[in-house]
Design a binder for this molecule. Structure first.
Ligand code: NAD
Length: 431
């Protein structure tokens, strides 16, 4: 089939490449000429494992092309996936739908009468229906996306489930044809109406955020009561109804999705006269964990970080990504710098992005370099290589052997045995 993918950021570039991998002829469309130029040259302008190979392979074969021209897009295909951003509005919790509205308007103007416009962006419930009622010349469907950055290719080719929000059997048949190889592999399909499909995505993100903040609230309890949240999580995780995943206490979630999606969800609920106020508490718990790391840093530095050399391991909001949107690690790093600390950040992939947004932080080319003469080390993004750091060798590099494990994955016994003052969130001795 011939498809277009409108918006070629983290979601759209991955979707376009994976659709080509499934055998379709794909035209990616973006309003950012630099992005189009990079992708045309087979270069992916962000870090995502496996994606550069797919883009290179399919741009070389000609099955995947990129353009900035909506007229070309309208003429190229009858199925158009819209993957543009839906960031948080400035000065509001709500989602900014400017890009979604602009993309639908532009493709609707050029699409043929049989076109199916398929939204993949995460939107407040009611958006798809509104767009369907506005652009009556084409049909609108919603196919929310659940991919995780760092696993985006795998999640797109082998998703846990597909959700088709449709108003007609015809739209469902077209989407079934698009995803035929994925469905043939046994992927569960949920067909729904438009509002349900939109809600599935925001509900899933709200649930995940709540689970993370739940265990982080338990970490807060452990800190004041002298408990160990690691042991607590293991014990409750044995209960199948609770499960072990997403139960690791730490500095909390960030990124371009969870924080803005729960805020937009609570905001939309208010508009519709329903209260999802608990999501504001989920958000508040999450932000308090960042405060806690800053507080621990002050405490370990003797009450003030002024003039302290602090090494921050990690800048991306999660490992295997260079995405720094709402990154807890950079938030903490920037606050410590404002408090007068001399902060040096290392990240295997996100340094260029971090430098653009936080030019006043110091940057080291390796973790070893960041650690040199540090008075305090903060482990804030869970890159696997940071777990490989040898505490004995690291001790000879730093000025003072003090570390905060903001991700709850380092081996406390090993670090303590090597002479480090070791702190982790929600664990004994951490307050
Ligand atoms: P992004 O900012 O990386 O990409 C958005 C792209 O859309 C940019 O390249 C931008 O230039 C382009 N764009 C903006 N307006 C356009 C227009 N009118 N026409 C064509 N292109 C336009 O954002 P993202 O992370 O890919 O997220 C996109 C959507 O997918 C959001 O709604 C997000 O919530 C959702 N989502 C993201 C992820 C993820 O892990 N990143 C996962 C699931 C869902």
């Amino acid at each position: 089939m011939r498809l277009t993918v409108i918006g070629t950021g983290y979601l759209g570039a991955t979707h376009a490449a994976c659709m080509a991998e499934l055998g379709h002829e794909v035209l990616g469309v973006d309003v950012d000429p630099d992005k189009v130029a990079a992708l045309r040259a087979g270069r992916v302008p962000f870090h995502e494992p496996g994606l550069p190979e797919l883009i290179a392979q399919h741009t070389a074969s000609g099955r995947l092309r990129f353009t900035g021209d909506y007229e070309e897009a309208g003429a190229f295909a009858d199925v158009h996936f819209v993957c543009v951003g839906t960031p948080q509005l400035k000065g509001s919790e709500g989602a900014d739908l400017t890009y979604v509205d602009a993309a639908f308007a532009a493709i609707a103007e050029h699409a043929g009468p049989d076109a199916l416009l398929v939204g993949k962006s995460t939107v407040p419930v009611g958006t798809a229906g509104r767009l369907a009622d506005t652009h009556t010349g084409a049909e609108v469907a919603w196919n929310p996306e659940f991919l995780r950055e760092g696993f985006a290719v795998e999640d797109t080719l082998r998703p846990d489930r597909l959700v088709f929000g449709v108003r007609s059997k015809r739209a469902e048949t077209i989407l079934r044809a698009v995803y035929a190889p994925v469905l043939a592999a046994g992927t569960p399909l949920v067909t729904a109406d438009l509002p349900t499909a939109e809600l599935v995505k925001t509900a899933a993100n709200a649930f995940l955020a709540t689970k993370i903040s739940f265990i982080n609230a338990m970490a807060e309890m452990c800190e004041v009561a002298g408990g160990d949240v690691g042991v607590l999580a293991e014990a409750i995780g044995h209960d199948d109804r609770i499960g072990r995943k997403f139960l690791r206490a730490g500095i909390g979630f960030g990124g371009g999705c969870l924080p803005k999606d729960i805020r937009a969800f609570a905001h939309r609920a208010d508009e519709l006269g329903v209260s999802l106020a608990f999501l504001r508490e989920v958000d508040a718990i999450n932000m308090r964990r960042r405060d806690k790391v800053v507080e621990l840093a002050r405490e370990l530095c003797g009450g003030s970080v002024l003039g302290a050399r602090i090494a921050v391991l990690g800048a991306a909001f999660k490992p295997d990504s260079d995405d720094i949107r709402d990154s807890p690690a950079l938030n903490v790093a920037a606050r410590l710098r404002l408090d007068g600390a001399d902060v040096t950040v290392h990240d295997p992939e996100a340094m260029d992005n971090a430098r653009k947004v936080f030019p006043l932080l110091g940057y080291a080319l390796s973790a070893e370099e960041a650690l040199q003469r540090a008075d305090l080390v903060l482990h804030l993004t869970e890159w696997p290589q940071y777990r490989e750091i040898d505490p004995v060798r690291a001790r000879s590099t730093v000025s003072r052997p003090r570390i905060v494990d903001g991700r709850g994955v380092l081996d406390a016994d090993r670090w303590t045995a090597a002479g480090w003052q070791f702190r982790a969130l929600g664990r004994p001795g951490s307050v």
